[in-house]
Structure formats: structure tokens, C-alpha cells
Design a protein around this ligand. Sequence first.
Ligand SMILES: [Zn+2]
Length: 120
Amino acid sequence: MFFCENCKSSISSPSKVWDIVEQEDKRGTLVEFRVALLECNRCGRKSLQNLGKTKLIVIRKERWDELNEEVKLLREKVKVLEEKLELSELTYKMEMLSLEVEDLKKGKRSLEREISNLLK
Ligand SMILES: [Zn+2]
């Protein structure tokens, strides 16, 4: 929701939105501004509103491709590491469960002994 800067009545949506790219500094950083044209239905005032800005960098396509390739390799590494981690967690759980099974077996044996003593 936007408001007319003149009469303050509400404007539901801009009549036009576009982007302007400007050089921010001498080092070549670019800034993209998103600008909206607001037209008031009541008083007819037209005004521009800045909807925010984003910094842009210019990068050689070769470098961009290299970086994408690196990201791809790193993602594959992460996947392998996650699988290893999952495997070691499962191994740990399995060890814990087999200890629990051992305890249960011991419990069963002592219950069996108690029952046979009671039946004597
Ligand atoms: Zn107005």
C-alpha cells in the first residue's frame, strides 16, 4: 500500500515499476534501484518512490563458470559427508540397540532363574 505525498490518500499499486542501474563509486560497484511511479486518483499528483536498492557486481563469465563449478563440487562433497555422518549415526544407534538387547537378555535370564526358583 502506498500513499500520495500530497493528499495522503492511499494508492493500491504503482502504475509503473522499473529498475535503474547506476554506478555507485569509482571502483565499479553498480547499484540497481527499483523505482515506482505513483499516480494519485484523488489529486492527480504523480510521484516517484524508491522501492529499494540492490548492489550488483560485474563478473567475467569465465570466473562465474569457475565459481559455479566449485559450488557444484562442494555440494557433492557435502552430500558425501552427510551420507558418512548418517552412516556413523546409524552405526552408533545400532551399537546402542545391541547393548540394550544384551541387557534385556540378561534380564530375561535372571527372570527365568527367579521363576525356576519359585517353582521348586
Ligand atoms: Zn493525492
